[in-house]
Design a protein around this ligand. Structure first.
Ligand SMILES: [Zn+2]
Length: 419
């Protein structure tokens, strides 16, 4: 009996430390959950999943619109509970580097296993620029499978300008889950990638899960953002609605042998080396031409994706210094800002905006700047100041609203950016 218990315990330990025990991606579950509560999104996804008419094998290198190089501005939210989770700028940049390689087909392993699927290896021709890193300490030891990381009020960090930038949230998702993302069409502030801290970036010096240390979790999740479906179609021998990917029984884990065949109709060679499978990071290394064409369709037809890809990295710039780290940001201070206490000047500016709190010292207040259309453009937290400067030079000409909130107290002022 003792031996049996010990063996059972040993196998449990093995199972828990084996990469297959981790949930590589919860996107399918996340999408289903949203579809159940949001009929509009449900309809969009149903149309998305069956949409096959806008790309085909004959597109091979994609339609003309896809030939252009796209550069997508990215904002990364680093949510940390312990200091160790407050990953370095270098680790964040290493993930951007991986995205640039994987979406530019310049990754070192792109030419692996040429005997398998050489003729359909694609090139997304998409690049990414890191515009901003937001660091925020949270009371949550782990977020798990929900959207709380996307909301400051829930201990996370609000999306920044989601109509113009791809937001990526890096946080602890518990020991099992590595990441998730929604297909296009979701509420804009929920759009983007969520990735476990220990699967984000690439580098031996970083604290990463051994099987998921090459940054491919985020590559996979960005694939979902572009409308790509898991290669097994999320059911036994299901379709991913891409013509040049084979039928898969189910997800592959680890690193299958070359020549691994599916048991589905036609017993095709499984494309386990595709980014939309569940294999270890070192064993996935390309998108297919069909996936490139499908992604191109969504990039060109989804309003949010179209807006993001038409945004310029050049006009956006790093604003790390704008962000003040505040411990337990979702814990409200007991101090409040008095009505009419806030003065901003000049109300027409090309760059600097001064905020003056004339009657009381501000303690842990949140500042949000919105466009006239209601998009969140900038955010900042301040504490212990009566005067503060904001650099709004990266905003384009137009009318904006600045909202200062503290607990239930909220004040809004209007200003104009005129370059
Ligand atoms: Zn996935």
């Amino acid at each position: 009996m003792r031996t049996i218990v010990l063996l059972a315990f040993a196998s449990l330990l093995f199972f828990q430390t084996n990469g297959q025990d981790r949930n590589r991606c919860a996107s399918h579950e996340a999408v289903k959950q949203q579809m159940a509560i949001d009929p509009v999104y449900a309809k969009k996804v149903e149309q998305l999943l069956k949409n096959k008419g806008n790309y085909s094998r004959s597109d091979k290198k994609g339609p003309p619109a896809q030939q252009r190089s796209i550069t997508i501005p990215v904002v990364v939210h680093v949510l940390y509970n312990s200091a160790e989770q407050n990953i370095s700028d270098a680790q964040v940049q290493s993930q951007i580097d991986v995205l640039n390689e994987d979406f530019g087909a310049t990754n070192d392993d792109y030419n692996n296993y040429e005997a398998g699927y050489r003729s359909v290896k694609g090139d997304m021709d998409i690049q990414y620029c890191l515009v901003q890193i937001i660091r925020k300490q949270t009371k949550h030891k782990s977020f798990g499978f929900n959207d709380n990381m996307k909301y400051t009020q829930k201990g996370g960090s609000d999306a920044i300008d989601p109509m113009h930038m791809l937001n990526i949230w890096v946080c602890d998702l518990g020991n099992k889950l590595l990441g998730f993302a929604y297909y296009p069409g979701i509420t804009p502030e929920k759009f983007g990638v969520v990735c476990h801290t220990n699967a984000f970036g690439r580098g031996e010096g970083y604290n990463l899960f051994a099987e998921y240390s090459l940054g491919r979790t985020t590559t996979h999740e960005v694939g979902h953002c572009f409308g790509l479906v898991h290669i097994w179609g999320d059911r036994t021998c299901g379709s991913d609605e891409v013509d040049d990917t084979p039928l898969h029984d189910s997800p592959n884990f680890g690193c299958p042998e070359e020549g691994h065949l599916s048991t589905c109709t036609g017993t095709p060679l499984e494309m386990w080396m595709n980014y939309m499978d569940y294999t270890d990071d070192r064993c996935m290394y390309f998108f297919s031409d069909g996936q490139v064409s499908r992604a191109s369709f969504f990039i060109d037809s989804d309003p949010q994706l179209t807006s993001i890809i038409n945004s310029s990295c050049g006009t956006a710039r790093r604003t790390n210094d704008d962000i003040t780290n505040v411990s337990n940001s979702n814990v409200n201070s007991s101090r409040t800002i008095l009505t009419n206490d806030l003065i901003i000047y000049p109300t027409i500016t090309a760059g600097q905006l001064t905020l003056s709190f004339s009657k009381t010292t501000v303690a842990k207040a949140e500042i949000n700047i919105y466009s006239q259309a209601g998009s969140l453009m900038m955010k900042k937290q301040i504490a212990g100041k009566t005067v503060d400067q904001l650099d709004v030079s990266r905003l384009t000409n137009g009318i904006y609203f600045i909202e200062v909130s503290q607990g239930i107290s909220r004040q809004t002022r209007k200003f104009v950016v005129q370059h």
